[in-house]
Structure formats: structure tokens, C-alpha cells
Write a new protein. Structure first.
Length: 380
């Protein structure tokens, strides 16, 4: 029985992780979780899974829940998130929290040598060097949850790093893949949230539409697989059936295919190196799909992808600045305060205004993150 600590249990990845646990009651149990502000859902999860430790965002919510569930230990805020991540009875951490709040809890779990199944992109984007260095130092396994990185991770099983020619990250193109740039000026939040293939949280769905999601994934891939940016390419693949691939020196390409269902990579991260059936999952029937399409990525159409490569190559605090600017800009777009294309403009302004510090420690990263948030908020 693997005991799981799940950060972000009330989110899109969190809920799908709970589905996987529910399908395998003999193999997995939920020992600790964190939620943000969705207390009704948190309450339901506690009633069903009986975790021993729960952290929520606000103190008042923690106190109210404590009175309701006397058998459970409650905490709150960033400290609570950290306590949930390192809860002493868990075997693996699933980090599915949204945003850069996920960084410190990941680092703490790594220091304990606890395997981390990582969905929270912002952690690797903002502090990939610290995360991978700590994982190396403590011998901690980092297992990707994001479908693209899970695909690459699977394709690399049994392969040697020195044989890799390049990583090919596939991109669906998001909600506006069939529109040109000048058709994007007045798109609505509702249109942007309508992803053709995947059902995901709001922020990442907007990131898919701007292609920032792919940019973040390129930076994640750089750290997870210690691959230079020149050896990571992005390929448009609108069906989201090939989740990513690895090309080797002998020109062989190994790809991982599957239906667009995040529960598959989540489950693989939990069961790794084993595989298990996913009874409620849908099998991939290529004969029904018939054709798969591929196209070259257009960096002028999707400026955020260009920003990400540039920020990644500059390194230091630049990716943190890009990420923080993006988080603020996307939130402003979701609140209806800026237009879709202004997301890109705000990120660009933040990148231009910032002077990157090389090899930043956690404090420097957090300072760059909060300065950027302030700066971008002032522009909104
Ligand atoms: P959601 O917005 O659906 O869920 C986010 C979760 O984090 C919720 O449980 C939320 O709590 C919690 N949360 C948010 N802010 C805070 C905070 N300040 N303190 C504590 N908890 C907080 O996001 P997703 O599940 O879509 O994404 C989660 C992460 O996984 C992101 O980094 C995303 O990029 C990545 N990812 C997502 C994929 C997907 O398919 N959705 C695919 C690959 C990666 P509450 O709702 O209770 O407030
Ligand atoms: Mg992805």
C-alpha cells in the first residue's frame, strides 16, 4: 500500500489523482492532502478518503473543519502546505497545487528523499536548478505527471542519455489554434477556456491558448531531462494522441501514445516502475482516429513560446519573472480586466524590465517573483 500526500486535491489534477486512488484501493491510500479555498469539496474528500492530515489556505477554514472532523489533524497557509508535503506517514508526494507556492513544499519533500510526482510546473520553471540539484544530492526520485514529460520519461526507460538527439514536445495548439493573430484581439474568456482536447484548470487552459503552457513545458523538460534548449523542439499535433517523443542519434523516434486522459500519466507516476490497468480509462483505437496531423510551430503566431525559450536560455531569475508575469496577466484576463493579447504584452514588458541574476537561491527567486507581480499588477 502506497500512502500518498496530495497537494492541490481540489484542483483538476487533484481530482483526477483521487480517481486513480479510488480505482486502486488495495494499492493506494490518501494520508495527507492540501486544498485551497474550495472547502465544500475538501469536506467531501475528507469524508470519502479519511486522510490523517489536511491543510487548507485559510485559518478560519481549518478551524471550522477541525470542529467537524475531530479525527483529522488540520493546518493552514504556506506552513500547512509544507507540513502536508512532508507528512511523516506518506511514501510519495503528488504536487498538483497551482502556482509558485508549490516550490518550497517540493524542496522539503526532496530533502527527505521522498519521491515527488510533479504536476506543479511553476516549481521546475522557477527553480529547476535548485530542485534537480537537491534531488541529486538526496537521491530523490522526481517523476513527471504532465503528459508530455511523462511521455518522454516513458520513452527514455532503459535508454542512455548520451544517445538522445532531441526531445520533441507535442502541442495541441489550444483553444485558438485555427485562428490567426489578428483574430485574437477580441476573444472572450469563455472562448479561451474551451480547449479542444483536454479538460484542465482555468489557468493552464489559458496558458494552452497563449502557448505559454508549452513554453513552461520546454523549460520543465530542460530541467527534468537535463537537455539543452537547442535539443528540445515543439511540434504542433492537434489530436493530442502522441504525448511527446524522443529522437535518438540513429534517427529512431520513440513516442508514447494514448487518449488525452491525465489519469494515465498520474497513475504511471504513482505506480512507476509498474503499470496497472485503469478500469474506467478509454483504450486508444487508432483505427477509429485514422489520421494524425503534425505541423511546424510558428513562433510569431505564438509569441509566448519564443519568450519561454529566450527566458530559459537566459536562465537565472528570468524564467521566474516570466512565470510570475504570466500568472498575474492570466488572472487579470480571467477577471475580464485585460484583453487576450495583452497577456503577451505584459509578459514582454516584465522580461524587458528585469535584469536577471545568475544562479539565484530561493530568496532571490522569491524576491524576483514578488517584484514582478507588483510590477505587472501596476500595469494592469
Ligand atoms: P487547478 O486550478 O484546477 O487546481 C489548483 C489546486 O491548487 C486547487 O486544489 C487549489 O485549491 C490549490 N491552490 C491554488 N492556489 C493555492 C494556494 N495559494 N495555496 C494552496 N492551495 C492552492 O489547477 P490544475 O489542477 O489544472 O493544475 C495544477 C498544476 O498542475 C499546475 O501547475 C498546472 O500547470 C499543472 N498541470 C495541470 C494539468 C491539467 O491537466 N490540469 C496538466 C499538467 C500540469 P482550491 O481550488 O481549493 O482553491
Ligand atoms: Mg502538458
Amino acid at each position: 500500500m502506497k500512502k500518498i500526500s496530495l497537494l492541490g486535491a481540489t484542483g483538476s489534477i487533484g481530482i483526477q489523482t483521487l480517481d486513480v486512488i479510488r480505482e486502486h484501493p488495495e494499492e493506494f491510500s490518501l494520508a495527507a492532502l492540501s486544498a485551497g479555498r474550495n472547502i465544500p469539496l475538501c469536506r467531501k474528500i475528507i469524508s470519502e478518503f479519511h486522510p490523517e492530515f489536511v491543510s487548507v489556505k485559510n485559518k478560519e477554514d481549518a478551524e471550522a473543519l477541525r470542529a467537524e472532523f475531530p479525527g483529522t489533524v488540520f493546518s493552514y497557509g504556506p506552513d500547512g502546505l509544507q507540513e502536508a508535503a512532508v507528512y511523516y506517514k506518506t511514501d510519495i508526494l503528488v504536487n498538483a497545487v497551482l502556482g509558485s507556492v508549490g516550490l518550497s513544499p517540493t524542496l522539503e519533500a526532496i530533502k527527505l528523499g521522498r519521491p515527488v510526482a510533479i504536476a506543479n510546473k511553476e516549481t521546475l520553471v522557477t527553480a529547476g536548478h535548485l530542485v534537480m540539484e537537491a534531488a541529486k544530492q538526496h537521491g530523490t526520485q522526481i517523476i513527471p505527471v504532465d503528459s508530455e514529460h511523462s511521455a518522454i520519461f516513458q520513452a527514455l526507460q532503459g535508454e542512455r542519455e548520451k544517445n538522445i538527439e532531441r526531445l520533441v514536445v507535442t502541442a495541441s495548439g489550444g483553444s485558438f489554434r485555427d485562428r490567426c493573430r489578428n483574430e485574437l484581439a477580441n476573444v472572450t474568456v469563455k472562448e479561451a477556456l474551451n480547449h479542444p482536447n483536454w479538460s484542465m484548470g482555468a489557468k493552464i487552459t489559458i496558458d494552452s491558448a497563449t502557448m505559454m503552457n508549452k513554453g513552461l513545458e520546454v523549460i520543465e523538460a530542460h530541467w527534468l531531462f537535463s537537455m539543452p534548449y537547442e535539443k528540445i523542439s515543439v511540434l504542433l499535433h492537434k489530436e493530442s494522441i502522441i504525448h511527446s517523443m524522443v529522437e535518438f542519434h540513429d534517427s529512431s523516434i520513440i513516442a508514447q501514445l494514448g487518449t488525452p486522459d491525465m489519469r494515465v500519466p498520474i497513475q504511471y507516476a504513482l505506480s512507476y516502475p509498474d503499470r496497472m490497468p485503469l478500469p474506467s480509462g478509454k483504450r486508444l483505437r487508432l483505427e477509429e482516429i485514422g489520421k494524425l496531423h503534425f505541423a511546424e510551430m510558428d513562433f510569431d503566431r505564438f509569441r509566448c513560446l519564443r519568450f519561454a525559450y529566450e527566458a530559459g536560455k537566459t536562465g537565472g531569475t528570468m524564467p521566474s519573472v516570466m512565470n510570475a508575469a504570466n500568472e498575474v496577466a492570466v488572472a487579470a484576463f480571467l477577471e475580464g480586466r485585460i484583453k487576450f493579447l495583452e497577456i503577451e504584452d505584459l509578459i514582454e514588458k516584465a522580461l524587458i524590465a528585469h535584469k536577471s541574476s545568475a544562479n539565484p537561491d530561493l530568496e532571490t527567486i522569491q524576491a524576483a517573483d514578488s517584484e514582478t507581480r507588483k510590477f505587472v499588477k501596476s500595469l494592469v
